[in-house]
Design a protein around this ligand. Structure first.
Ligand code: NAD
Length: 500
């Protein structure tokens, strides 16, 4: 059998982990299919990567914005050449249907292109006025140092680029800790940076679990910025650790219990399509998945009939098939969690409108879940209505009019994404202004992201520091600079400069 052993990318080369334990990346549609074997990195590996980043930082910082940006363009071009093969790796490793996998790769290419363009826009900071007209004031955005990017499995190519592209262009060195469920995607990314000739230590990839690799990187005294995307539980722990260090900042992008509001004047075709996409794409394993469809009670039954009919047609199967709607769950725990939520909906007394989990599985040993739809009155003490199921599990909740729909939307601890389906722009505007979320859509599904807009949530969905283009203030600190063009010293606020 061919040796499928992969390595960390540290200090510009592929290094065998100092500890000889390994883990397999497996295909969730066929867990006997081993995609690669990866090192479970140790504390020594973490130390080596941090030291290497620390050494590389001064030269990288001084290389300048334009020069640094060029590497991102090279990486984008390499990914463009391999879009199809890379998408197949995403589908095989993450179980994402091939069209979704391709979109993941294209989003990463766009992010790398965006980061490159930022270098040429040359936005180093602002020039500002001063009370004393002969003073020149400006700010320079200085890189913070060593950035740790910790990413989840569900956007295994796009998210690492959100959390590395601008970080690098702005002059930081980055250590990426990809999800242990999608290490091959992480290794491919390291390969593109290697081919692009990134200087040793500027971009590195360390494999392993969150406990063994993520936590020591977060707590390391020489790491300065932690960019985390993943579950709330881990994000909260990261925030606590970061709070112990005076010179460390973090962003956490976490989960949601998102919803689509479907008002009584909604275009029904649009409402059904937006709801199916939001509830079931990626088998419901998106942070922005809609677990709740808040439907005006006057159209709730008509909507439910059409939505259930559409959910019945959703094709679940081999992620490599172009005509499948969604692929697998990521692993056995994902299946278990989804099943637990489905069982909870029954225990909590809701009406189950559709449970397709009695249909035969696409493969015997793969990790599959089929659509589950239930209906019931809003109850804030219901676990399945208020917690993230991260599976194709969705509730139809009848509501009385726009204001109640918005109040129900806001009645969870999360606030990531939301959408409203209505033909009335005034109602859409009301929803936009009153829904407590970070990402809002009108007459669209509540999924989708682009690097140009910020991406993040309020409340328990994140710490209000959005990803992608929104990250610039976290990746840099503004240095305030004042030059005096006069021959004497003049102070602001009436402060006398005379030496008496
Ligand atoms: P997860 O929290 O289990 O893991 C995410 C990453 O954190 C992985 O790389 C993991 O190894 C690492 N990690 C785990 N424990 C750690 C620790 N103690 N210290 C440091 N790192 C640690 O999440 P997941 O299952 O990979 O992804 C699913 C979750 O991610 C869902 O809750 C989803 O909503 C969320 N998500 C959020 C966004 C967003 O932008 N808000 C986007 C995608 C996914």
């Amino acid at each position: 059998m061919a040796d499928t052993r992969m390595h960390n990318f540290i200090g510009g080369s592929w290094k065998t982990s100092s500890k000889s334990t390994w883990f397999d990346a497996r295909n969730p549609a066929d867990p006997d299919d081993v995609i690669g074997t990866f090192p479970q990195s140790s504390a020594e590996d973490v130390q080596e990567a941090v030291d290497s980043a620390d050494r590389a930082f001064p030269t990288w910082r001084d290389a300048g914005l334009v020069k640094r940006a060029e590497y991102l363009l090279r990486v984008a071009r390499l990914m463009e050449e391999e879009t199809e093969s890379l998408a197949r790796i995403v589908a095989r490793e993450a179980g994402k249907q091939i069209n979704e996998a391709r979109a993941d790769v294209i989003e990463a290419i766009h992010t790398a292109q965006y980061a490159f363009s930022y270098g040429h826009l040359g936005q180093y900071g602002r020039v500002l006025a001063d009370e004393i007209p002969t003073k020149r004031c400006y700010e320079v955005l200085e890189p913070r140092g060593v950035v740790v990017s910790i990413t989840p499995w569900n956007f295994p190519i796009a998210l690492p680029f959100w959390l590395t592209g601008l970080a690098l262009v702005l002059g930081n060195c980055v250590i990426l800790k990809p999800s242990e469920y999608t290490p091959m995607c992480g290794a491919k990314i390291a390969g593109y940076f290697e081919k692009a000739g990134i200087p040793p230590g500027v971009f590195q990839v360390l494999h392993g679990t969150g406990e063994a690799v993520g936590a020591p990187l977060v707590g390391h005294p020489k790491t300065h910025v932690i960019l985390f995307t993943g579950s709330y539980e881990v994000g909260a722990r990261i925030k606590q650790e970061v709070a112990k260090h005076a010179d460390k900042v973090c962003t956490i992008e976490t989960g949601g219990k998102n919803a689509i509001l479907i008002l009584d004047d909604a275009n029904m075709d649009m409402a059904v399509a937006a709801s199916v996409l939001s509830a079931f794409k990626t088998a419901g394993q998106r942070c922005v998945t809609a677990g709740r469809l808040l439907v005006d009670e006057r159209i709730a039954t008509a909507f439910a009939d059409r939505f259930v009919a559409a959910a019945r047609r959703v094709k679940v199967g081999n992620p490599m098939d172009e005509d499948v709607f969604y692929g697998t769950m990521i692993n056995g725990q994902g299946v278990e969690k989804g099943r637990r939520f489905n069982a909870l909906a029954k225990q909590e007394g809701f009406d189950v409108l559709l449970d397709r989990n009695t249909e035969p599985l696409p493969t015997e040993h793969g990790y599959w879940l089929r659509p589950f739809v239930y209906r019931g009155t809003w109850r804030r003490d219901s676990v399945c209505l208020t917690e993230e199921a991260f599976s194709p599990h969705v509730a139809i909740v009848p509501v009385r009019g726009l204001e109640e729909a918005v109040a129900v939307y806001n009645d969870t601890k999360y606030g990531l994404s939301g959408a409203v389906i209505t033909e009335d722009y005034r109602k859409a505007k009301y929803a936009e202004e009153h829904m407590r979320c970070g990402i809002f859509y009108w007459n669209l599904p509540c999924i989708g992201a682009g690097v140009r807009l910020p991406f993040g949530g309020v409340k328990q969905s994140g710490n209000l520091i959005p990803s992608a283009a929104g990250l610039i203030p976290v990746l840099t600190h503004p240095k305030a600079i004042t030059y005096n063009l006069d021959t004497k010293i003049m102070m602001a606020q009436g402060l006398k400069a005379d030496i008496q």
